[in-house]
Design a protein around this ligand. Sequence first.
Ligand code: AMP
Ligand code: ZN
Length: 700
Amino acid sequence: MTFAPPEGGREAAAARAGDLRAELARHACLYYAQDAPEISDAAYDALMRELQAVEDEYPDLVTSDSPTQRIGAAPSQAFAPVRHSSRMYSLDNALGFDELDAWLERIERELGPRQHAFVCELKIDGASIALTYEDGVFVRGATRGDGTTGEDVTANLRAVKAIPLRFRMDVPPARIEVRGEVYMPKSSFAALNETQDEAGLPTFANPRNAAAGAMRQKDPSVTAGRDLSTFIYQIADARAAGVSSQWEALAWLKRAGFRTNPDIVRAGTCEEVRAFCERALERRGDLPYEIDGVVVKVDSFATQDELGHTAKAPRWAIAYKFPPEEKTTVLRAIVAQVGRTGAITPVAEFDPVLVAGSTIARATLHNIDEVRRKDVRVGDTIVVRKAGDVIPEVVGPVPGLRPADAVEWEMPVTCPSCDGPVWRPEGEVVSRCTNIACPAQRWERLVHWTSRGAMDIEGLGYEIVGRMIETGMIRDIADFYSLDAEGLDALDTGRLKKDGSPVVLGPLMATKILANIEGSKSQPVYRLLYGLGIRHVGSTVAELLTARFRSLDAIGAAGAEELADTEGVGPRIAASVRTFFDNPDNIAVLKRLRAAGVRMADEARADVRAQTLAGMTFVLTGALSGYTRDEAGAALKALGAKVSGTVSKKTSFVVVGEEPGSKYDRAVELGVPVLDEAALERVIETGEAPGAADTADGSR
Ligand code: AMP
Ligand code: ZN
């Protein structure tokens, strides 16, 4: 069936398009957000085709919120950074009921005898998103990123049908940001992995990774095919919506047409909170999507404000995490794996089992002592789980099921990679291959250089780096910077096509990898230092050292004592750094890196303010007119101050805005000096610590 363009010209077409859009949006909401469709899929499609016909005839009538635009043109601003209107916090965890109880008790204690309630929600195991609407129209979607800045994934989120392109409200707020979770249902995840597998493509470890991956597709039509859905649970600036509690916010979101999770409870007592968590744990397997716990939030926003945030998470919420799921399987082998520092790690290989959403078949046993302590032997039936729901872990054997011939595992006496001698230093638990030319070590070392926390060179991983080493293309990290396009082009990836022929990297990937390598030259110096793989120098230590010395040369020139004198760096780390820089082979590699143009010194940072408030603690209470409380807190922290949520004798100043809470009374009671907003502003602007002229006398 084809649709004739409407009679009556442009005006009639515009009216018809408007009606069709409104009707389609209503049905999309009923179908995707409320799971309560009123019309058949075929009828929906027919309406959609009619709208498409009208828009084809009059392209200037197309609006950005038209359902025909869900998969629009390729995103022009793919993944550009987006600063969130306010920080997207993570949540503190309670592992087990004891920790949950402790948190509940602390809240009860802080709030005293006042009436308060908690809202309990399922903790959806997906990826956080922030959606911005202007006059009710979806204008931007972003990932959480580091909490302050995320990535613009608007084009892809448009393809997610559960996200309304325009939300339903007669007078929508001029601008509002809502937050929630995008996730992939369990069934879609299973189907996706099956298709990936058939196509010879990598599978996803769990639905969360699959959802996050789908959101970052270059082509929105791929995202559209991935069957994502959402649950929205937060309004960034809830006051713009005129709600004063989490419970009201959820109701508002539902009314506006967002998909909200129906399994919520407003609990008046700790017992009710616990009961909700227990029930969620029981029902976990029956839900069509993955959850990894329960989020408990203090309901009233006024009370939330009073409790405040830590640097990382709100004090008014807690994520009760489910205990790890345990499974049994059979241990088939313990293999000795050589790491980049030569450390030889026993790794358990067992029959694949599905644990907490993904299949696992290997887990590290760390060292020989751990193998003995756990007493696991090849052939044992073992219990496995995921630590923190992520990292596979062997809990121990099931003793009754041990085969009669199972023997204790022994550490090999020669390196499994190079046959070099294995040495276990006195007093250490780790055995090492001492051959510096050991290929296994080289491989790990080179992969480490490219890894996320180090130079972050996308496109290079174990497989590709392994092939590069095998073909003699690279021997050390400096070789990455003299690769050429042609050689890389023809690199055999080690994978096979369906017809058995090898898959080569190809010009497109080769160019991309070279561009990424080029880009890595300007990484901050701490990443380079971490990437060198110096023993005991993790990324935190690397940051501490570069913050103090600013350049690799300065670090290399510093004596062991000077190095050890750095905060967070002890003599053991200092000695290891010295050993590295005293080795002429290492110096030669650094020289070549420098020649290649790799950045080796950080410029003095202009954005760092003098730490004039170091050692002082500020508490904020009441509403400020010029700043949000988070902004004021961040500005104080940038000057070196601590910002706390509770007033004590140690508090240096309490900043008091409009309608201050009990913290103000407490400040007066304890005689803590009080600042008003004008004084705060002066401190933030000048960077000077508050003086006597700034503090009120307490009799406001
Ligand atoms: P975590 O990543 O373990 O710190 O947990 C925090 C994350 O839980 C948040 O960033 C959200 O993405 C996610 N989350 C899932 N469901 C909820 C919910 N109902 N309320 C708040 N956060 C949630
Ligand atoms: Zn070796």
